[in-house]
Design a protein around this ligand. Structure first.
Ligand code: SF4
Length: 305
């Protein structure tokens, strides 16, 4: 069997990634927390809903959806207005637990979002204020979360694990999938992404691949990165290869790549993956000839991070 080069054959990879993109275009929004911002009409509600939904986008799909239903039920039909109004107690969050994020972590996080809406007018305004025009948004995100941390009103020593997780430091070397996912939703505009932030500092060309464990594993299969961990360097490396396919919009392939993991089409044991159905099989280093046979129905499964 022909041994594959360590670096991808870009034209060949491009052809198969485009096929994968077509296969998943606009499909299975129900498998993603992006479903929640799509429920709202107003731009400010969509922005806030996207930030909250991406912030809790870790764990199993069913658990993410249940936690977000509870959160958005508490905030009511206009979450941006509710947070801008400065409410603090949110009794509907009593008993809220999403893995290590509980109501005690979520309340100061919501307070910081509300103060940002009052001060800058939008989350996009805060991000743009801290942007230095570098190649990607890592430094801008770092400043964005730093301001939000201050606005929680919680001193560093008092910040719970949950609050720290909600307000990460993207320049610290982690992939920070949820932060880059939020930016993908806000800056890209297609069948699923919202495209609410346009012009000025906002460009799809500067986005990084939101890298969770599934996307990292599949990126390795496709030769987009050789790094053993899903970190910032791996996200930049994989995005760099995708930029060779589409420099103006490298992250356009994230929806389809992430469906493979989220919907358990591609799992760690290749014999259990649906390689027979998979559009990138010809360029995949892990494709199994004995993988599960092609099927036409897709079941929900494990999710990100
Ligand atoms: S060909 Fe198989 S192992 Fe490769 S990405 Fe597709 S499902 Fe995963």
């Amino acid at each position: 069997m022909k041994r594959r080069s360590r670096v991808p054959d870009v034209p060949e990879l491009a052809a198969h990634l485009r096929n994968l993109e077509e296969a998943w275009r606009g499909r299975r929004l129900d498998s993603d927390p992006l479903l929640f911002p799509h429920r709202y009409e107003r731009q400010d509600d969509r922005e806030v809903a996207a930030f909250l939904a991406s912030s809790l986008a870790f764990g199993r799909v069913a658990s993410i959806n249940a936690s977000l239903e509870k959160l958005f039920r508490t905030l009511g039909p206009q979450p941006a207005s509710a947070l801008r109004g400065g409410g603090d107690s949110w009794p509907g969050l009593e008993g809220f637990v999403h893995r290590w994020v509980d109501a005690g972590s979520l309340r100061p996080f919501l307070r910081a979002v509300g103060e940002t809406l009052r001060t800058e007018g939008s989350l996009g305004g805060l991000l743009a204020d801290g942007d230095d025009g570098s190649a990607d948004y890592v430094a801008a995100l770092d400043r964005f979360f730093s301001v939000l941390r201050e606005r929680t009103g919680v001193p560093p020593a008092g910040r719970t694990r949950g609050l720290q997780f909600l307000l990460p430091s993207p320049a610290g070397g982690g992939a920070c999938k949820r932060a880059h996912l939020f930016l993908r939703w806000m800056i890209r505009n297609d069948d699923v992404d919202l495209g609410l932030w346009k012009g000025g500092v906002f460009s799809p060309a500067r986005l990084l691949l939101p890298m969770d464990t599934h996307v990292h594993r599949i990126s390795r299969y496709l030769g987009l990165t050789a790094r053993p961990t899903a970190d910032l360097r791996a996200a930049r490396e994989a995005t760099g290869w995708l930029s060779k396919i589409d420099p103006s919009d490298p992250v356009r392939f994230d929806w389809s790549l992430s469906r493979l993991g989220i919907l358990a089409e591609c799992v760690r044991d290749p014999r259990r993956s649906r390689c027979g159905d998979c559009a990138v099989r010809p360029v995949c280093r892990a494709a199994s000839p004995r993988g599960r046979p092609p099927v036409r129905s897709h079941a929900s499964g494990a999710s990100p991070e």
